[in-house]
Design a protein around this ligand. Structure first.
Ligand code: HEM
Length: 477
């Protein structure tokens, strides 16, 4: 059991908003558990099992308290920490494992490659890799879009982080990081609920860490020979050189975190956006019209990215209704008052993007995908937070948005993607991220601007309200 969960609590105090139940309910089905706690208790609640207790906050007021106070609410990385001097410990030593002054200093330096001027230089790599993916697609075939987006983001993140010249090594690092992140995500819930099946996988994780560290060290060696590159790693080395340098051991952690944080979140955002568009032909039509008029079916140029207003609203709304990062956690570093609770040091506090984005007092018809709502609403940074908020807000937000705003028009300019009629689409939150847990099969045809609504089954209906199908199958059902 994670020692931080062995808290001294006061069971039996029925005046407090506590649900007594199984902590595994949260790890098994986070959305149902979060919804239940909110419906029962409102904006602050705790889930208690025996001597374990996890605290939950919902909505902008408490989000602000927890997220703006990085001194009392520390970050804890999803990765297992590993023994001192192990590859696992080095790989899990990135920004998300740092707090206090150490975090501030490293964050300031790590942010430099993500300044807007640097981001523009990644534009061509995004277009190149998106075109490469689309060249392999044929009209008439059906592809699992989640797998396509994950593979694409693997290649894109590898090239943005490490450059295109050492392509094979970059892809090797990408693939090995993917496996390492997946194992950490699998084992991570053991921090909440001890599970012998998961902890047995620990050995596998340690091996994966050692395997990943080898090509990262080789990439670092190559980049240190020539640091003129514009990839994130070269810029990071240049930035650190200006501040007295950084050791390879320290860089390893930053690189693993950057890859882990960037890759699946962006892939899932692309998948969910394409899925939501496939279910809303009126929105798809409006987006198609904007793209035809402004980019004429081509990839947008950097100067066009801020002028595509429908695209901007579509992405904002997709990240509201199905946020790739569904919740995150903090650990109290000292005693803190949180609503009616007196938290001891080491208490786990969860805040949730999914719940904050679905609160009826914040968003009209919160379960519906309605991009037009963004013409009139302007929620605070703590009410709408797909990239987090406060001093730990995502440093890749601008880069992530740039990648999404180039990739979607590039795909939609060339192909029409229609969800396979009757597809069974399911989602689950796994270690903070909202994953598609089934295939998302889409038929590829040349873009003709004609859109219908295919039918869909699966638990996706419990997360978002979908319109009735205009396809024969749903009408017959
Ligand atoms: C759609 C894509 C993305 C989403 C939805 C996303 C989401 C988030 C969220 C919610 C956080 C805050 C976590 C917390 O408060 O505990 C975060 C932090 C972070 N993200 Fe992203 N992210 C995305 C893309 C990226 C990219 C492209 C990069 C870099 C290449 C990146 C690097 C990071 C880093 C380093 C942090 C930690 C910041 C810190 O602790 O100071 N992310 N991200």
């Amino acid at each position: 059991m994670n020692p931080s969960l062995r808290l001294s609590i006061n069971p039996g105090d029925d005046r407090l908003p506590i649900t007594r139940g199984r902590i595994s309910d949260f790890t098994d089905d986070a959305v149902s558990c979060l919804r239940g706690l909110w419906a029962r208790h409102g904006h602050v609640a705790a889930l208690e099992e025996g001597v374990q207790r996890i605290y939950f906050v919902f909505g902008p007021e408490y989000n602000k308290q927890v997220l703006s106070d990085a001194e009392r609410f520390h970050s804890r990385f999803f990765a297992v920490r590993g023994a001192k001097n192990s590859a696992q410990r080095r790989l899990s030593s990135g920004l998300l494992s740092m707090n206090g002054d150490e975090h501030k200093r490293h964050r300031r330096i790590t942010m430099q490659p993500f300044a807007k001027t640097s981001i523009t230089s990644y534009h061509d790599a995004v277009v190149h890799l998106a075109d490469e993916m689309l060249d392999a697609w044929q009209p008439g075939e059906t592809r699992n879009i989640d797998q396509e987006m994950t593979e694409y983001m693997l290649r894109l993140t590898s090239s943005v982080l490490f450059g295109l010249d050492a392509h094979d090594l970059a892809i090797e690092i990408g693939r090995k990081t993917e496996r390492w992140v997946a194992l950490n995500h699998e084992i991570g819930p053991a921090a909440f609920v001890p599970n012998p099946d998961l902890t047995d996988k620990y050995e596998e994780l340690l091996e994966a860490a050692e395997e990943l560290e080898r090509p990262i060290r080789e990439m670092l060696r190559l980049r240190r020979l020539n640091t003129d590159g514009t990839d994130v790693l070269s810029l990071l080395i240049q930035a650190h050189n200006g501040e007295g340098g950084i050791s390879d051991d320290q860089l390893i952690g930053q690189i693993a975190l950057l890859f882990g944080a960037a890759h699946l979140t962006s892939a899932h955002t692309l998948t969910w956006t394409l899925f939501l568009l496939s279910q809303h032909p009126e929105v798809m039509r409006e987006l198609h019209a904007e793209l035809s008029e402004q980019t004429e079916g081509n990839s947008p140029r950097p100067d066009q990215l801020d002028t595509l207003n429908v695209l901007d609203r579509v992405l904002k709304e997709s990240m509201r209704v199905l946020p790739a990062s569904a919740y995150s956690q903090r650990i109290t570093s000292q005693p803190v008052e949180l609503g009616p609770f007196q938290l001891p040091p080491g208490a786990v506090v969860i805040f949730s993007q999914f719940m904050s984005h679905h609160l009826p007092e914040m968003y009209d018809e919160p379960e519906s995908f309605r991009p037009d709502r963004w013409k009139t609403i302007s929620p605070s940074p703590y009410a709408y937070l797909p990239f987090g908020a406060g001093p730990r807000m995502c440093i890749g937000a601008a880069l992530g948005m740039m990648q999404l705003k180039i990739t979607l028009p590039t795909i939609l300019g060339r192909y029409k993607l229609s969800l396979e009629d009757g597809a069974d689409v399911n989602a689950q939150v796994m270690s903070t991220m909202l994953f598609p847990t089934s295939r998302v099969p889409m038929k590829i045809s040349l873009q003709d601007g004609q859109f219908t609504t295919p039918s869909v089954i699966g638990n996706i209906h419990s997360l978002v309200n979908l319109p009735p199908a205009s396809s024969p199958l749903r009408r017959a059902a």
